[in-house]
Design a protein around this ligand. Structure first.
Ligand code: 4AD
Ligand code: MG
Length: 479
């Protein structure tokens, strides 16, 4: 068997002292023709390999370059050197894959995140991205763990659909037509009957509507999959392809929804604090370094670990949209005209500068805002008795802004149909959705958590393009 290797994470954890083991990994550095730092991706730490001087061929030593892949067999011994407890005294060394030192783009020095984005196929091999993607895995696992323990059913909502769940018209079309010569009707319009699905289709923007169908039978469900939005937002918080977690609960109202979201976020953050401490500590130190470049007044008050622990141990602030508008209107920031979008009247959509003011300056903790004006929210949200607001909730996180969007759903058929017509949602085409309201409708609620926004929060990274392996954004679909 080829792969009789021990992972470096296990080697560093103990157990193998004075035993013969084989490790495989990639060279990070090679010093004095003697000390190799090898990383195999199982942990942020490298294993030090020691080559006895004179024992190995000059030709082999020349091939041990940054980026090369090695297979080393040796005895694990206690290390006398600083920086590591154990090291591997090599008996056999083999180069599995050479790496031309002149051409390998990742030299052992600090590279900018912008540069690494251009070589996203290789950035996995850096400490920073190793830590990020191990944490991404852990968070994904913790998400399934949370819902599974609570008895939720994981629902695979479709990627290709004929509906625009959010009604915002930001969809990517799916077609098998040749774009230059689609089938046309006599009047020159496109004849979708001839297209693959026999009607216009698009990539999903949200699995919510399908999750509602399942929740009204299975009780509690969640989706966790990729979603797609053709919004032309070239920001550090938007992707064209992002992953979303969407729980949906029957027999639940807005308060149940808030309680679930808060418990959920606290659970998954506790999970990584417990299970990914080495990677989090690395990213925390990285963030502290980055912050030193900033002027004093722009630095965050808490370190990364402190911030995560704070979120786990404190209640989120809950208030209504109306209360938030009052706070913003009366803020010195607003009075001094320091917002790019001044807050003058009830009804405006909150900009990220407003969200961040509430979270970072005013409350200094995560905030749940509820009961938004119905005009700025989706058609499916339950209308409140005041005739003006809907039972929506957004969760705002420090440094990020909106991280969760959710609501209690409109379960009353007549009210829902009326709202859909007002908002020009094609009622007839959505008969399947309305059937849930026709047959045994119940109060129900759910939310969507943006997985990459959560990743930003947990890792302390500042650009969403750095927390997904291969980011999709306007004018970019590399790799
Ligand atoms: O607020 P949104 O649009 O809500 C929905 O899609 C609902 N159907 C969810 C539900 O109730 N089941 O999106 C939910 C979250 C946002 O709060 C944000 O975290 C994230 O998805 N999100 C994005 N993340 C990255 N890039 C984008 N372009 C995003 N758009 C939304
Ligand atoms: Mg939203």
């Amino acid at each position: 068997m080829f792969n009789k290797r021990v992972r470096i994470k296990e080697v560093l954890a103990g157990d193998f002292l004075n035993q013969e083991i084989t490790v495989m990994g990639w060279v990070r550095t090679f010093r004095n023709n003697q000390f190799i730092a090898v990383n195999d991706g199982s942990t942020n730490s490298n294993l030090q390999i020691v080559l006895e001087l004179g024992k190995f061929d000059e030709s082999l030593l020349k091939r041990i370059t940054t980026g090369a892949a090695l297979k080393i067999t040796g005895i694990l011994v206690a290390s006398l050197g600083k920086g590591q407890k154990v090291e591997l005294k090599a008996q056999k060394a083999e180069v599995l894959g050479d790496s031309d030192a002149e051409k390998f783009p990742l030299q052992p020095k600090k590279h900018s995140l912008e540069f690494l984005r251009e070589i996203a196929h290789l950035r996995f091999r850096t400490n920073t991205f190793g830590a990020i993607f191990r944490i991404r895995h852990s968070l994904a696992f913790a998400i399934h763990d949370f819902f599974h323990k609570k008895g939720f059913v994981y629902l695979h909502s479709p990627i290709i659909t004929a509906s625009d769940a959010e009604g915002a018209g930001e969809t990517f079309h799916v077609t098998s037509f040749e774009l230059e010569k689609p089938s046309q009707n006599e009047d020159g319009t496109i004849n979708y009957k001839e297209d693959f699905f026999g009607k216009p289709t698009n990539l999903t923007v949200s699995g919510q509507l399908e999750a509602e169908l399942a929740a009204l039978a299975l009780g509690d469900v969640y989706t966790f999959g990729p979603t797609f939005r053709a919004e032309n937002s070239n920001t550090a918080r938007h992707l064209a392809e992002f992953w979303m977690i969407e729980p949906e609960m029957a027999f639940s109202d807005l308060e149940d929804d808030m309680n679930l979201a808060e418990e959920f976020i606290k659970y998954i953050i506790s999970y990584v604090l417990k299970n990914n401490r080495e990677d989090l500590d690395f990213l925390a130190a990285r963030l502290t370094e980055e912050e030193k470049q900033k002027p004093q007044n722009e630095r965050s008050e808490m370190g990364l670990i402190e911030k995560l622990e704070f979120v786990v141990n404190n209640d989120f602030e809950r208030l209504t949209y109306t209360e938030a508008i009052e706070i913003l209107k009366n803020s010195s920031q607003n009075k001094k005209k320091k917002f790019q979008y001044p807050v003058e009247q009830w009804g405006i959509d909150l900009q990220s500068e407003h969200e961040r003011y509430l979270v970072e300056k005013h409350f200094k903790k995560p905030v749940i805002l509820i009961n938004y004006p119905k005009e700025i929210k989706a058609f499916y949200m339950r209308q409140n008795d005041d005739g003006k607001t809907v039972a929506a909730m957004d969760i705002l996180a420090p440094g990020i802004g909106e991280i969760v969007g959710g609501s209690q759903r409109e379960e009353r058929l007549d009210v829902l149909e009326k709202r859909m017509r007002e908002m020009k949602i094609p009622v007839e085409e959505m008969n399947w959705y309305l059937d849930t309201r026709r047959f045994g409708t119940v109060p129900h609620a759910g939310f969507g958590l943006g997985f990459e926004r959560l990743m930003l929060f947990v890792t302390g990274m500042t650009n969403i393009r750095d927390v997904i392996p291969f980011p999709r954004f306007p004018k970019n679909a590399e790799f």
